[in-house]
Design a protein around this ligand. Structure first.
Ligand code: ZN
Length: 101
């Protein structure tokens, strides 16, 4: 998928989650899938564009939720599950697993 398609996807989820990221960036990141600044700037790894949809969705929603919840607490985890249907524990395992490149 292209960068602009990916950004569309992020905006689509931002609406659902009810947050508005100030900036969305896609760039090469060697060690992370994504990051989120306290000022509302989201950066995603370019490699995410070629990942399976489930994983992509998970990373997107995970970062969007951080705009509202800075930690991985109970509310954060249950909202992630609610929006994505994916379990924090399982997906976080994938996250960590794939991040080792
Ligand atoms: Zn996180």
């Amino acid at each position: 998928m292209s960068v602009s398609e990916f950004k569309e996807e992020v905006l689509h989820w931002a609406k659902k989650v009810g947050v508005s990221p100030k900036e969305i960036h896609v760039r090469k990141m060697s060690r992370k899938w994504a990051s989120c600044s306290s000022k509302g700037r989201l950066t995603f790894s370019y490699d995410l564009l070629s990942q399976p949809k489930d994983f992509r969705t998970y990373v997107i929603v995970h970062e969007l939720l951080h705009l509202r919840y800075p930690n991985h607490g109970k509310i954060f985890r249950s909202l992630l599950k609610l929006y994505t249907g994916l379990t924090f524990k399982v997906m976080e395992g994938q996250w960590e697993g794939k991040v080792q490149r």
